[in-house]
Design a protein around this ligand. Structure first.
Ligand code: UD1
Length: 427
């Protein structure tokens, strides 16, 4: 089946959109529930393909997993009966690497297919492995099968200094250390909002994780954890995508269920480009209102680890800047090959040149619709933003990537005035 989004752009977005639970927190917290040994109930999970894949992967290990309407999932890990996580489903999803920390922590053993996921350049997991080895795990790589085997009779707390700041490695080692014997100190860690969310979840299960959100995390290992109920934070990247789309269509959109402090780097850049961003509290939710009336001014930025500008919003922000007045210079510091969306934006008339990690975006007067293809999740979001800005029809293909991370994307955009339809064609 070839599915695509058909967008007729140049419609001003207006109204209210509510943000879903954070994908990057969900994909870590679902495997982390294995550590409880007892049932956990997760709330505010986004209805996205990555969450469904993890549900199936956990069921494949023998866990009981029930999903109910409204983003609730009950996970009972007590029936897990295999440590073999080598299915295609595991290898096709990058975040399945969190099974390494969760299964090592809970069972001292896992066989794991090496992670796939979005194609945004080399994404090694050497820091995850370094951390697990420091905790005492033995790790073997079977390159012929693209599988790693990890085994530990007993995990023991350790001091670990990460060579690069990695979200995945920080969370993964935190998971294993939560059940290790003694104290683990992690230095040079990632501070992203979902690192803090995972730490809070671990603490709700009885773990002792201190310092998440700073450069040093200290974990006092526990022999046992217990079940709990936990509600996932709102998605920082989905929030940013709607903020950018609002400005890109010279719109006026209230974005509800957000944590404004997570959005400061994006708000600052949008304001620098001429948009108004107002924070508010309606008594129930925090919200951000983004209003834009004029052509944006060019702005330059570099992607950085949190609290800097997130790499996951570099691509949608670039789409926005394609029609800005002047030239924007965008430096991608996290994933050197994260420019696969550029050739698709050029098909819409954008003027972008690339030199290594730097993109120069020369603002054009207008974009015009074309057939374009998503190459990864956030590239897909960028192409949606560009389609909303383009005259005529834009068709965004390869939308399986977008389904991985955006809940109800088309209906959410339609509700704020976009002309966007999902078309599912039989081949
Ligand atoms: C996570 C996010 C992803 C986001 C990225 C950066 C999830 C599920 N995904 O991905 O959306 O774009 O953070 O914010 O949360 N690196 C190493 N060795 C390692 C691990 C990473 O060299 O062992 C490098 C990577 O190549 C990259 C940088 O560190 O250059 C950051 O990667 P990392 O933070 O680990 O990204 P992910 O956890 O894969």
């Amino acid at each position: 089946m070839d599915s695509f989004y058909s967008i007729h752009g140049l419609k001003r977005l207006e109204g209210t959109v509510t943000i879903s639970g954070a994908k990057n927190a969900a994909v870590a917290i679902i495997p982390a529930a294995i550590l409880a040994g007892e049932p956990c109930v997760l709330e505010n999970l986004p209805n996205i393909a990555d969450v469904e894949s993890l549900r199936d992967i956990l069921r494949g290990l023998g866990a009981g997993v029930d999903m109910t309407e409204g983003g609730c999932m009950r996970i009972d890990p007590s029936t897990i009966n295999t440590h073999d996580a080598t299915s295609n489903e595991v290898s096709s999803m990058r975040a399945s690497y969190y099974l390494l920390g969760a299964m090592l922590g809970a069972y001292g053993e896992i066989e794991l297919a090496l992670p796939g996921g979005c194609v945004i350049g080399p994404r090694p997991i050497d820091q995850h492995i370094k951390g697990m080895r420091a905790l005492g795990a033995k790790i073997y790589t079977d390159e012929s099968r693209n599988v790693i085997r990890a085994q530990a009779t007993k995990l023991k707390g350790a001091e670990i200094f990460f060579d690069v700041v990695s979200v995945g490695a920080t969370i993964n080692v935190m998971l294993a250390a939560a059940r290790a014997e003694g104290t683990t100190v992690l230095q040079n860690v990632a501070k992203e909002p979902h690192v803090v969310d995972v730490a809070n979840f671990l603490n709700m299960m009885g773990a002792s994780v201190r310092g998440a959100g700073t450069d040093v995390i200290r974990i006092q290992g526990r022999k046992k954890l217990h079940g709990c109920s936990y509600s996932i934070i709102p998605d920082q990247i989905e929030t940013g995508t709607y903020m950018i789309a609002a400005a890109a269509t010279r719109g006026d959109v209230v974005i509800k269920n957000v944590i404004p402090t997570h959005m400061e780097a994006i708000s600052a850049k949008l304001m620098e480009s001429g948009a108004r961003v107002i924070e508010g509290d309606d008594g129930r939710d925090f919200y951000l209102r983004v209003t834009m009336n004029d052509r944006p001014r060019a702005v330059s930025f570099r992607t950085m680890v949190y609290p800097g500008f997130p790499t996951d919003l570099q691509q949608p922000m670039m789409a926005y800047l394609t029609t800005a007045g002047g030239t924007s210079v965008i430096t991608e510091n996290i994933f050197e090959k994260r420019f696969n969306h550029v050739k698709e934006l050029r098909k819409l008339g954008a003027s972008i040149s690339i030199s290594k990690r730097v993109a120069r975006v020369k603002g054009v007067e207008a974009l015009r619709g074309a057939d374009i293809c998503a190459s990864d999740l956030r590239a897909g979001a960028a192409l949606i933003v560009a389609g909303l800005m383009a005259g005529g029809e834009t068709r965004v293909h390869n939308i399986g990537y977008i389904d991985r991370g955006y809940e109800y994307l088309d209906s959410k955009f339609r509700a704020i005035g976009a002309d966007i339809l999902r078309v599912d064609e039989e081949e």
